[in-house]
Structures are given as C-alpha cells and as structure tokens.
Design a protein around this ligand. Structure first.
Ligand SMILES: [Zn+2]
Length: 332
C-alpha cells in the first residue's frame, strides 16, 4: 500500500530529487535519526524515479513498477538489510548484491541498491560493498541508510554523497501529532520527550498506551532507591519499551535530569532545564540524600551510552538494564 509521506519527508524528497538532477551521484548516504522513517523515504525516492504513470511526487501506486517497489520485488531494486532485528549484514548477502549489480536492467536501464542500517555491515560485508561502490557497473544507484555515521567505514563514506536528514521541527511535529492522536497537550509533550522528538515514535507511544509504562518505570526506580523492589521486576514491567529502543533513552534522560538537578538545586522553573520536570521532586530528594554521587552517576550515564551502542549487537538487553538499575539505585 502506498503510504503518505510525512510533511517534512516530502520536503526532503523534493530536495533529494532536485540535487540528484543537478548533480547525479551513484552513491548516497542518508544519515537520519532512528525513527525518521528513512526506509519509507527511500521507497518513495524509488517510486518517484520509477512510476511511469504519474508525476514524481505523486506516484500512482498501481502500475507494475509501483507495485513491485512497494512489495520489495522490483527486478531492478536490491534491498539489503540485516536479517534479524539486531543482527549484522553478512558477506553472503553482499555477494548476492554483487551478482545483481552485474546483471542488466530489466526495466528502465538503471538499477538501485538500498542498504538499510548500513552501519550493521560487518567488516567483510563492508569491504565487499566497497568493491561494488568502486566499480558500480553502468547506471547503478546506491542509497545507504544509517543513524550512525561514525560506524560507517571511512572508505565507504568517502565514496558517497552524504545527506543529513534532520528530525522535524518541533512545532511541525506537534501539529502533525495533534491531527493523529486524541490526547491532552501534556500527554503529547511527554510522548515527544520519550521519543526524543521523533513524531512517529511519539505516536507509537501514545497509540500503544505506553505512557503508563514510563510512569511505572519512574515509580519502579523510586521503589528501588527505597529498597522496596528488584530491578528485574522493574525491567520486565517495561519490556515493550526496551524492545522499541525507548528504554535506554528514557533512562539517559532520567540520569541527565538528575545531574542537572545537582547543579541547579531549588530552581523555581525546573521545566526550563529538565526532560521530565514532573519528576523534579524525586530528583531533588536523591540529590539531597546523596550530594556526592554525581561522578558515579556520570559513570552510569556512560554505561547507558555503551548499552545504546551495543543494542545492535548480541548483548542481552534485559540483563544489562537490570545491572545498571541495580548499581544505579545502590548509590542512594
Ligand atoms: Zn506507478
């Protein structure tokens, strides 16, 4: 099914198409925040170039090219993505890509390769892809998607035109969200905070009714600091949000708020500097109870950064979160 693009993606698509017209590049690397919807944008970029029945920005969704692109079965398009949710892209998949690149086009005379989560290419796969980027054959376009530019091999980076696709403006995002979900302004703002201002993820939080799960997390942390519960219980109570990669962000925000409260105790306007001002009383209580803990709290923050970076690998997230929460709340 042809889904509508989000307003800010539509603007981006126009820019990408114009740029390609004026200065064609055989490889592009799109750097987007998680939850930007980059693969949907890539799909629309393909449709804009392939649909023969309608205009570039309004593909018909019904012709053969459109239907094949939407079903990811187009003979001139190769989608490369990790097989498992948290796995790597391995060399076998890139070998298939090589034989795709060596074939001739079935339809329009050019072919496209989309690599989702390109930072998950393992070393061998990345080197094999590099070969294809160096000898792309005639009329093959590569689009690599990532949210982690630092993890893309410099040799691959140097062969691509790099595009940074920013998170949408907050006012636009809130307007879009208001039209989609029926809830209070406070709920909208909370969901946006948990989703790091990515509106589609904020929508997911609201539609799935996960706000109470975050509240459960905060009260779980409160009880942990009072030694009234166990970290495993708190973590298992928010399984859906750690599976959606929202838990690390939430915990990082909590820790950041606590560190900020350390430096600005007794503020009349906690909302001006906190992710979650509604928790200001909790933060203050902990800061007063353990005023010297700030360096240890920083250590926790760095551990969370590592967990976030390793979520793509083979770590056991639940266990990691449990350990971090246990160590963290033991500080108080
Ligand atoms: Zn079409």
């Amino acid at each position: 099914m042809l889904e509508a693009l989000l307003p800010w993606q539509e603007v981006m698509l126009v820019n990408l198409l114009k740029a390609h017209e004026s200065r064609p590049m055989h490889a592009q690397l799109w750097v987007t925040p998680v939850a930007y919807g980059a693969s949907r944008l890539a799909q629309r970029w393909l449709l804009a170039r392939m649909c023969t029945a309608a205009s570039a920005l309004r593909p018909c969704g019904l012709c053969d090219d459109c239907r094949w692109v939407l079903a990811q079965t187009h003979p001139d398009v190769f989608w490369l993505a990790p097989l498992e949710a948290q796995g790597q892209i391995r060399i076998d998949a890139v070998r298939e890509l090589r034989s795709f690149v060596d074939r001739t086009s079935a339809r329009h005379g050019w072919r496209a390769v989309i690599v989702e989560q390109a930072h998950r290419l393992n070393e061998h796969a990345a080197n094999a892809l590099l070969k294809s980027l160096e000898e792309p054959g005639s009329q093959t376009l590569f689009v690599l998607l990532t949210d982690r530019l630092v993890d893309i091999m410099p040799t691959i980076r140097s062969r691509c035109g790099i595009w940074h696709l920013p998170a949408p403006d907050r006012v636009d995002a809130l307007r879009w969200l208001r039209g989609r979900v029926d809830c209070s302004e406070q709920q909208l703002n909370q969901a946006m905070a948990y989703a790091r201002s990515m509106p589609e993820q904020a929508e997911l939080v609201l539609v799935k009714n996960w706000l109470p799960m975050f509240e459960g997390l905060w009260s779980g942390i409160r009880q942990l600091t009072q030694k009234r519960t166990h970290a495993s219980i708190v973590v298992s109570g928010c399984k859906e949000i750690w599976q959606e990669r929202l838990l690390t962000d939430a915990l990082m925000q909590w820790v950041e708020d606590l560190i900020r409260t350390h430096s600005v105790l007794d503020s009349p306007e906690p909302e001006s500097f906190l992710h979650h001002p509604e928790l200001y009383r909790d933060y203050t209580e902990l800061v007063v109870r353990q005023p010297r803990a700030v360096e240890r709290i920083w250590e926790i923050w760095h551990r969370l950064v590592r967990v976030r970076d390793e979520l793509d690998g083979n770590i056991q997230p639940a266990l990691c979160y449990e350990r971090i929460l246990t160590d963290f709340t033991a500080l108080f």
